[in-house]
Design a protein. Structure first.
Lengths: 222, 286
């Protein structure tokens, strides 16, 4: 199963490295959102510093929607889902492989966007361990939920509007937990960062299990 | 009386547009009368919630406590609706029949109605009690909102013009994930006790007045009656929708078959007249 998972993940990452939509479109989009937040919140550097964790995660969430939607659009257009089924790959392996590829893309996005937040919003990191842990676990949770719902709306013809409607509410715990953890890491609020990390772990575990269990049903009819 | 019997009787009387039976009419009236009694009990019988502290200060929820008679049953019934959706979704996974699918969809709609009612009444109650319309730090509040939004998404999937079986299977996945949210909602007070404004259960701790307890219990009964009435009617509407869709499909198939038969007849006529000349119509005497 691990080998199949690796194959699926590498397939998605290879497509991404060849077309570079993430770097040329999704990352610039995310940076544009950060700039817009600065415009919306005035030039007050203190306000931007205070709200930087939340703004960062809202931006990641919006960019993640694009990445998830695009990943499934490629699969659908090229009939990759059918080929995966015909090749006999385990649905669980396909789910974890796709989620891993999306998580890796999100981590890269978070790193680059993190530099943007540090430069544009003038934040200082006090707890690197918490920052890295929360970033990784939140990416895993977002990827698991995104992969599940991406497969769910694939082929329904209303992906653009339905995916955000389904994904945004369920990822609210990630947004809350990751924002609180980052607030602690940035030293902008007295949130119990490690406790909120527990919420992120629980979220990733729940969606990992549900996604693995239901991916086969969703793939069959996509 | 089975649903099939009810529907066949309604079909027999074309002028009857109602989806109710005598039993559901009785249920509807019981809910209506019960609600009227509840209003009287809540506003005329139950005293305002006040307590005097050791320092002599008067504290409590005052008249806002009366909202509890709508808020608490609504919350329980929203959970019930989503719980039924969860169980019916499991039933659909096991038996793959329309009955389970329609039940899941019906319960979700009613769950969303009661969920929204919970949030609205909770917000109105929170203003005088917590001095805020909304408290973002309260995990139960936020997860309840998330739960309602998840099931609004569930209903959106239900509205997609797609194959019924495809929608049913995808809805099952959303419902099962939504059920995980219900667990989080229920346990959140214990998990994040020091971060919630919600009080612990006053029912179990017996910190509630007798009049309030009686009225709250009565409110549960009224709410459950209303819930049952809504669920039965929504289920019947869903069943009739399926029947209509099925009839339309059968009608469309019959039309295509008729067209195909007419086309075949035309081809045969043309084959018997290879010159392609139009034959004069023969005059027939009346």
């Amino acid at each position: 199963m691990l080998r199949e998972m690796r194959l699926v993940a590498l397939k998605d990452l290879r497509i991404e490295t060849r077309v570079r939509v993430g770097i040329t479109q999704i990352l610039p989009f995310a940076l544009a959102v950060l700039v817009l937040f600065a415009f919306a919140l005035d030039t007050d550097q203190q306000a931007l510093r205070t709200y930087a964790p939340g703004l960062f995660w809202v931006t990641v969430l919006l960019a993640a929607l694009l990445a998830i939607g695009r990943s499934f659009a490629v699969d659908l257009a090229d009939g990759i889902t059918d080929r995966l089924l015909l090749s006999g790959i385990e649905p669980q392996a396909a789910f974890f492989g796709k989620a891993a590829a999306i998580a890796i893309q999100l981590v890269v996005l978070e790193v680059l966007l993190g530099f943007g937040v540090v430069l544009l919003f003038d934040v200082t990191v006090y707890r690197y361990g918490l920052l890295v842990s929360a970033g990784l676990v939140a990416a895993l949770g977002l990827a698991a939920a995104g992969t599940l719902y991406g497969a769910l709306v694939a082929g329904l013809g209303v992906r653009e509007s339905l995916l955000p409607l389904l994904v945004l509410p369920v990822t609210a715990p990630v947004l809350i937990g990751a924002t609180r953890a980052f607030q602690d890491a940035f030293g902008v609020a007295g949130a119990q960062g490690w406790a909120w990390l527990g919420l992120l772990v629980g979220f990733a575990a729940i969606y990992g299990v549900f996604g693995a269990l239901s991916y086969g049903i969703l793939l069959e009819e996509a | 009386m089975s649903l099939t019997t009810v529907l066949s009787r309604q079909n027999a009387t074309q002028d009857t547009q109602s989806i109710s039976s005598s039993a559901t009419k009785a249920l509807g009236w019981a809910a209506l009368v019960g609600f009227a009694i509840l209003v009287v009990l809540a506003f005329a019988w139950v005293p305002a919630d006040t307590r005097i502290t050791d320092q002599g200060d008067v504290v409590g929820q005052f008249d806002a406590v009366r909202l509890m008679f709508v808020h608490v049953p609504s919350a329980i019934l929203a959970y019930t609706g989503f719980g039924i959706t969860f169980l019916a979704s499991l039933g659909y996974l096991r038996w793959r029949t329309d009955w389970w699918d329609i039940m899941a969809a019906s319960a979700a709609e009613i769950g969303v109605i009661f969920g929204v009612l919970t949030l609205v009444t909770g917000s109105i109650w929170g203003r005088p009690t917590w001095q805020t319309w909304w408290e973002w730090g309260d995990v139960r509040l936020v997860t309840t909102l998330v739960m309602v939004l998840v099931f609004i998404g569930y209903l959106a999937v239900r509205r997609i013009p797609a194959n019924a079986a495809v929608k049913a299977r995808r809805s099952v996945v959303i419902a099962l994930v939504g059920a995980a949210n219900i667990v989080i909602v229920n346990r959140s007070v214990d998990w994040w006790e020091n971060r919630t404004l919600h009080q612990q259960s006053t029912l179990l701790a017996r910190k509630i007045r007798d009049e309030t307890l009686f009225t709250l219990t009565f409110a549960f009964v009224v709410g459950a009656t209303l819930f049952g009435w809504l669920l039965l009617h929504r289920f019947r509407v869903g069943y009739l929708e399926r029947q209509i869709t099925e009839q339309e499909v059968q009608k469309a198939i019959a039309e295509r078959q008729a067209e195909s038969a007419a086309h075949d007849t035309g081809s045969l006529t043309q084959a018997s007249n290879p010159t392609g000349q139009i034959q004069p119509q023969s005059k027939t005497s009346p």
